[in-house]
Write a protein that binds this ligand. Sequence first.
Ligand code: C2E
Ligand code: MG
Ligand code: MG
Ligand code: MG
Length: 290
Amino acid sequence: EAKAQGRGIYSFYTQALTRSARVRMEMEADLRRGLVREEFRLNFQPVVDLANGRIAGAEALVRWQSPVHGLVLPNRFIPLAEETGLIEPLGDWVLEEACQQMAKWTAAGADLDFIAVNLSPRQFQRGTLCERIEEVLRRTGLPAARLEVEITENVLFGAVAAERKLRDMRDSGVRIALDDFGTGYSSLAYLKRFPISKLKIDRSFVHDLPRAADAEIATAIISIARALGLDVVAEGIEAPEQCAFLKERGCGFGQGYLFGRPVTSERFLRLALQGPIATAMAHPGSPRLH
Ligand code: C2E
Ligand code: MG
Ligand code: MG
Ligand code: MG
């Protein structure tokens, strides 16, 4: 009887596994079709100079407008794209589209320092990454110094020839930002070894500012960045108090819903042409420290 029951459970699990494998395969097929049918879009979120509210640049964030699944955010499809290798054509598209939009905004009179593009581990591991970036810059006419690539610490962890690749990128003029800083396999040795230009403080350390451990962690990251001559951006700023605290501690740049959500290219251009963002300058009383 126990045996029969065991078999029952076993077949329950196989069915569940089969179902989840099928859902995955369908999703993969949908992604593949989505690429061909051009269902992907980029949104752009402003990165603001906290000293004066100026929009310094934009981060490109991919969205999938699927006829089957509706609007899908990257956390729901980037991991699958990464596993299946679809991230390679998708990433190529993102890079080209982002550079193209940046070149367009500049031609339309927007004064922006950079467009930031996220790279996932598999894209970074590709042997042809640097050539691909150079090709896209050539095609779009965007100066290398205007492109910033965002990688996470985990990308560097154990990546073959990571140092070489980053140096090649850096030598070509492209800037490198460490995204979600402090949440990965962090090693301060990375900051010494790799040609990083910018640290992005993960939004999990911004959330509770100016209270609690977040205040200490954010302050420490800002100090490290400043001591090493790196730019520092705080992600996920939603409240004036968070902004005031970060400014007071010497954080140069900020990104978050307080300044602007990710928007279409057209809306981003309008925003960029409007000038400084007032909420970055507001003083909600003096920030309460500790
Ligand atoms: P990320 O690079 O850390 O991007 C920041 C994420 O935080 C974005 O989520 C953005 O919409 C969100 N965010 C910005 N400000 C705020 C805020 O004030 N509050 C809150 N709660 N969230 C905020 P999104 O667009 O859903 O992207 C999630 C992640 O997906 C990104 O995290 C990035 O790792 C990945 N991703 C997005 N686009 C691409 C892409 O083109 N290629 C690759 N490889 N990964 C991408
Ligand atoms: Mg990012
Ligand atoms: Mg980030
Ligand atoms: Mg993040």
